[in-house]
Design a protein around this ligand. Structure first.
Ligand code: QUE
Length: 339
């Protein structure tokens, strides 16, 4: 930290040897990204991009519990309720520009993920060259629970995961542990939590080749028993098809999955399904541009403010969606939102 930065900086960017180090430092909010953090991180990456003394960038979360739990969604809800569309636009436009800058970064970009990594946290890691997780990693794209959609390049990334895994993760918000994230392709390397500090020191001393030296074979994929059913059920042409396939599938996993899809925002399941399918055919840049357009419609939908209220403000976890069921969602209205 330089002398001019406040002690409470929520992004701490430092040079450590030949590494640029970014610490996401809002641990009480599980390092959830606010606009200032997005701007500070973007500025650090820009400053190091053409600095020949910086050979790689390492990003971590402070506090030992989270890499980054997402975006500052409570603030977005407040802007939505005030009708401040310019503030909403600034947040998502700058967040997605940062996601693209990570994807296009000309130097190794390494995320060390040792805890919660959801939504916006996935956007700060999955587009980088190396995503190192420990057994403490917890990965999810839970946006249908708050009637957003899997953004930060999620509509590009999810359809590129094996089979229909990405559609399953994006619609249900199902959680992956660290080993699962490697099996899914969201993370690239598994390093035990006990070795993470030594790995950071080794990257600073020797460069990013240390990642390969520390990586271990991850434990088995906990979703392996469901992989075939995931592909059968989520490879349908419509949400109605997914529901019918899950019903036909039977068993505990299908019943749980149906219950989840019936608990999250019905409208969000519909627009997320369409956005993930569309993203399969887009570049990351085009997917991010389509996501930005979709945020304009989605944050105006009443389910968004209600979902954030229920999950993050009042935390009663009992949102009142309108319409209340998947069957009542107007497919034409969803099509119009996607443009
Ligand atoms: C669904 C989400 C998010 C979520 C919970 C969900 C999300 C998000 C956060 C979050 C978590 C901790 C914070 C914070 C936000 O939670 O996107 O500000 O401190 O950012 O069920 O999509």
């Amino acid at each position: 930290m330089t002398a001019t930065e406040p002690a409470t900086a929520s992004v701490i960017a430092t040079r450590q040897g030949r590494i640029g180090h970014i610490l996401l430092n809002r641990p009480k909010a599980l390092n959830a990204l606010d606009l200032r953090m997005i701007r500070d991180m973007s500025a650090a990456l820009a400053a190091w991009r053409d600095d020949p003394g910086v050979h790689a960038v390492v990003v971590e979360g402070a506090g030992g519990r989270a890499f980054c739990a997402g975006g500052d969604i409570r603030a977005i809800r407040a802007y939505a309720l005030e009708g401040d569309t310019a503030a909403i636009e600034a947040f998502f436009a700058e967040e997605y520009a940062l996601n693209a800058a990570i994807d296009e970064y000309p130097k190794p970009y390494v995320a060390l993920i040792d805890g919660v990594c959801m939504g916006g946290g996935i956007g700060l890691s999955v587009h980088g060259h190396m995503r190192v997780t420990s057994e403490a990693g917890m990965f999810a794209m839970p946006e249908t629970a708050i009637a957003l959609f899997p953004d930060v390049g999620g509509t590009f990334m999810l359809p590129r995961l094996p089979g229909q895994l990405g559609m399953y993760l994006g619609l249900t918000g199902a959680r992956l542990n660290g080993a699962d994230a490697v099996h899914a392709g969201i993370a690239t390397h598994f390093v035990p939590k006990a070795d993470m500090e030594a790995l950071r020191a080794a990257i600073i001393a020797d460069g990013v080749a240390a990642v390969g030296a520390f990586a271990q074979t991850p434990p088995a994929f906990t979703m392996a028993p469901q992989r075939a059913a995931i592909d059968r059920c989520f490879g349908q042409d419509s949400v109605a098809g997914v529901l019918a396939a899950l019903t036909a599938e039977g068993g505990a996993w299908a019943a749980e999955t149906l219950a989840t899809l019936r608990h999250v925002s019905p409208s969000s399941v519909m627009w997320s399904f369409a956005a993930i399918r569309r993203g399969a055919g887009l570049s990351l840049r085009d997917a991010l541009a389509a996501e930005l357009r979709l945020t304009r419609a989605v944050t105006k939908h009443p389910d968004f403010a209600e979902g954030v209220r229920a999950m993050l403000v009042d935390k009663d976890r009992h949102p009142h969606w309108s319409p209340a069921t998947l069957e009542a969602v107007d497919a034409a209205a969803i099509g119009a939102m996607l443009g």
